[in-house]
Design a protein around this ligand. Structure first.
Ligand SMILES: Nc1ncnc2c1ncn2[C@@H]1O[C@H](COP(=O)(O)OP(=O)(O)OP(=O)(O)O)[C@@H](O)[C@H]1O
Length: 283
């Protein structure tokens, strides 16, 4: 198992305040790790330490085999970072800007051809458009293209879909799922996490409270399924542990008297909220 990121006992302290208190993160080659957590949990701090933008207080950190605190240009060229929009390049045209960035990477490897990348992120029709004239969603695609231009081995996406309309969000998810690189992504959108993550890490108050696949996390929180149905026209809502058995028995007993059946299994959102609540109650 090749690890692209490994932290052991990662700590960050601002003044007398611990914002990361011993965080162990592992990211495997090729996976999408989604980091979830409430505001102030320490997500951005963690990511910025991994990106080499912030110096940690303690613990060990290895990213692509190197400590980001002592990384060189060659390492930086292998790490893609999607920052907030490049507003100060507003006059540049999309292809021109990507060509410009791609030249930074040529000493270190083989960056994307600008037109190939423009097509990958779905900006072909905007290739000659000025950055200032792109829509919010198009601009975010350009941000991702800039993060990808050097064909990074690892890509960091910090809340990439804030402000997207549902269609652009959907297209962006398809784009991320088709990328052939290791990705660490933060979001507050739990549906997005469920859709994109190979594994999820939940950070609360600077500690990891859970990690695993969405399905694994669901089993860690004892949560019932909700079954709604009508019997002879009256509505019933039942909370049950085993929805399949319940529904089978319901039909055996009442047959065609049952209608409008709906089963809701606990979603990542229920699991996440339960975990954050448990942590806060314990604290
Ligand atoms: N430069 C700094 N100096 C002092 N405290 C800081 C600094 N940067 C962040 N913090 C504090 O560290 C904690 C974690 O912040 P961080 O930005 O990592 O959280 P986050 O999980 O990314 O939150 P959000 O979801 O709101 O983006 C917060 O309490 C924040 O106030």
């Amino acid at each position: 198992m090749a690890l692209v990121v490994e932290t052991v006992g990662l700590r960050m302290r601002y003044g007398t305040k611990d914002v990361l208190s011993g965080v162990d993160v592992q990211v495997k080659r090729g996976e999408v790790l989604v980091v979830l957590g409430p505001n102030g949990a320490g997500k951005t701090t963690t990511i910025e330490i991994l990106e080499g933008f912030r110096k940690r207080s303690a613990g060990s950190v290895t990213v692509l085999g190197v400590d980001p605190d002592h990384a060189d240009e060659r390492w930086r060229a292998r790490v893609g970072v999607v920052l907030q929009s490049w507003r100060d390049h507003g006059k540049w045209r999309v292809r021109e800007l990507l060509d410009h960035f791609s030249r930074f990477y040529t000493p270190y490897g083989e960056p994307y051809d600008a037109d190939e990348l423009i097509s990958l992120v779905g900006l072909t029709d905007q290739a000659d458009t000025q950055v200032a004239k792109l829509s919010g969603g198009q601009r975010r695609r350009l941000d991702v293209a800039i993060g990808l231009i050097g064909k990074p081995d690892l890509l960091f996406l910090d809340e990439p879909t804030v402000g997207f309309d549902p269609q652009v969000r959907q297209e962006f998810h398809d784009l991320v799922r088709n990328l052939d690189t290791t990705i660490v992504l933060t979001t507050h959108d739990l549906a997005e996490a469920e859709k994109l993550a190979d594994r999820i890490l939940i950070l609360v108050g600077g500690e990891i409270v859970a990690h695993g696949t969405a399905a694994e996390l669901a089993t860690q929180v004892a949560s019932n399924a909700t079954v709604r149905f009508t019997k002879d026209g009256d509505l019933y809502v039942e909370s049950v542990e085993d929805a399949t058995t319940f529904v089978r028995e319901l039909f055996e007993r009442y047959g065609t008297r049952i209608a409008n059946l709906e089963v809701h299994q606990p979603r990542l959102e229920d699991v996440y909220l339960a975990m954050v609540r448990d942590y806060e109650e314990a604290a």
